[in-house]
Design a protein around this ligand. Structure first.
Ligand code: XIL
Length: 362
């Protein structure tokens, strides 16, 4: 409303008009994460657990808020090849169809990992058959979704300097069967099966300024250089970003340096699984939510300054469902954790506001 018109209104009407004006001002900024991400062409997304799409309120929120989704478990080996040679895409197909009807991209997670594998796999693997089994799986799963996946986590969590190898690689079942070449096999096969997908290496423990994460970043950079030398198709690094709320004050020097190097190598970077574990934060909910929100803001404002960073996904969106309330250590007061941008009733929290601000800035 123009100021002159505004002044000419009668006293009673003015109150009403002023209220409307203020409300319009308040809502003129982005009201959803995907609106906040649009001007900078960023992707913002969430992991979606089985069952979420069956709840109309959760499905509506996912459709409204995000422009990319990833299945929390349904593209993992245990879900897609539950028995040797029998593939099952029924659950993941539902998510991909939902995404396509809501103008959303899809991340694929994941093709090769040491965890969430079906029992038969570890029983069946031998150094003789492992390459064929891996190749068959990657070709079939990536082939099934060819041209429909924004980025595939081709290999998940292959680095673990604590395992004591000089190259810093994890002594996973794949490494034991095939040696370090399993990575190359997985990436080359994925590139053949879906030449359009951005092939991603995804890992945790890359975020913090401490010696453990420092070693992990160094080992990963070595691996990336080896990939480049051998011309192995790789387009992006996934930084899981499972943060802990007890980080005070948070600093991201090592990560900044790492992201510069990733960019110099011509790679993109995605925040793939962000959440904040409030294991040790105070019980009081407004205090806790504020601290969690502040960590979201600090982290995202920092990483989103980097031109390499193109996507931010949280590992779930509502505190109603988070893996941190499952297998992980629970709070001593037994209160449920609050790691995500929406509370259990699907209301936005300070972490949501922090995401909107960080996505908008830049
Ligand atoms: C977790 C899921 O959230 C759980 O439901 C499942 O039981 C175990 O896996 N890093 C990853 C994800 O790459 O696949 C993990 O997801 C969380 C840690």
């Amino acid at each position: 409303m123009e100021r002159r018109t505004f002044l000419r209104l009668s006293a009673g009407a003015m109150t009403l008009a002023a209220a409307r004006f203020l409300r319009a001002q308040e809502t003129s900024g982005p009201r959803t994460l995907r609106q906040a991400a649009a001007p900078r062409n960023l992707l913002v997304g969430t992991a979606v657990g089985r069952g979420a799409l069956g709840d109309p309120d959760m499905a509506r929120l996912i459709g409204e808020q995000f422009n990319i989704v990833v299945s929390e478990n349904d593209m993992k080996w245990a879900a897609t090849q539950p028995e040797q040679g029998r593939y099952d895409f029924s659950h993941a197909d539902q998510l991909v169809a939902f995404a396509e009807s809501h103008d959303q991209r899809v991340r694929g997670h994941n093709l090769c990992w040491h965890a969430d594998n079906p029992k038969w796999l570890e029983a069946a693997l031998t150094p003789q058959n492992a390459a064929t089994i891996l190749e068959d799986h990657v070709r079939t799963v990536a082939g099934h979704y060819a041209e429909r996946i924004h980025s595939w986590d081709v290999v998940n969590e292959a680095v673990n300097p604590d395992d004591g190898r000089e190259d810093g690689l994890r002594k996973s079942i794949w490494l034991q069967m095939l040696g370090p070449d399993y990575l190359e096999l997985a990436f080359r096969t994925a590139a053949e099966a879906d030449p359009k997908a951005r092939l991603t290496y995804n890992d945790y423990g890359l975020e913090l300024d401490n010696s453990g994460d420092d070693r992990r970043r160094k080992a990963l950079l070595k691996l990336l250089h080896r990939f480049r030398k051998k011309n192995i198709p790789l387009h992006a690094i996934g930084i899981q970003s499972h943060l802990s709320g007890s980080l005070v004050p948070p600093t991201w020097k090592g990560l900044n340096h790492f992201l510069n190097q990733v960019h110099d190598l011509g790679l993109e970077a995605y925040v793939t699984e962000m959440d904040v574990n409030d294991l040790e934060l105070p019980a009081d909910i407004p205090t806790r939510d504020r601290m969690i929100g502040n960590l979201y803001r600090s982290y995202l404002e920092d990483v989103l300054k980097h031109p390499a960073v193109k996507a931010v996904l949280t590992w779930g969106f509502t505190d109603r469902f988070s893996w941190l309330n499952g297998l992980q250590r629970q709070r001593p007061d037994h209160l449920p954790k609050r790691p995500l941008p929406f509370d259990a009733d699907l209301h936005p929290k300070p972490a949501f506001d922090a995401m909107v601000e960080a996505l908008t800035k830049g």
